[in-house]
Ligand binder design. Sequence first.
Ligand SMILES: [Fe+2]
Length: 217
Amino acid sequence: MSQLHLAAVYTREVAASLARIWEIVFDWEHLAHLHEGSFAKCTLIDRGAWGWRVALATAGRPEHPQVIELRADRPAGRYVSTTIEGTGAGTEIRVRLVPQSAHCTNVMIEFHVPEDRNDRLAVIGAAYTAAYRQLWDEDEAMMQTRERMLALRSVSVPAVPVDLGRESEVRSALPLAFDFGGQPFRVVDLDPAQHDGSVRRAINRPLLAVIPALVGA
Ligand SMILES: [Fe+2]
């Protein structure tokens, strides 16, 4: 293998906790789903506490998968993604994670490639930086959604009445979306087939909700 050379360094702040980031780092399955614009198919070869190894086909070349291995050193806040086989074999993408706050992590990514010509290094580095900006944009959006959902689960809903208006008006507006305590809810008719004239009561965060105050309003 050719000697590795640093093609570029991409650094950014990611608005997600270190825990969310480790989840997505170990989640090899998300590659071909969340990043479907970049990857066509991802097949697991092996995995463990150390990381994972997959056959990964890029969106433009589905018939030529690379074998990629990710090895993590969680205590050190680092992981390395290595191209074992295929285009760019030998390439190491070295990542360092440094938490900045509860919901912000600094991510530094180094692209080490088996290329020694400076003009090619610059092109490869720019391509990797653009690709990883896109990947981390997608990861960040997904992690933020997950953090919001986890926060909703931990919220205890107080049993206080909420006046949404007359029942007939609410029924005509179903499914009615509203915010309560800073959280989103919807009022739905849970079981129209067995509807007996009263509104069934349920709180099923975050998507379904019929607040008790609705009854008799
Ligand atoms: Fe990702």
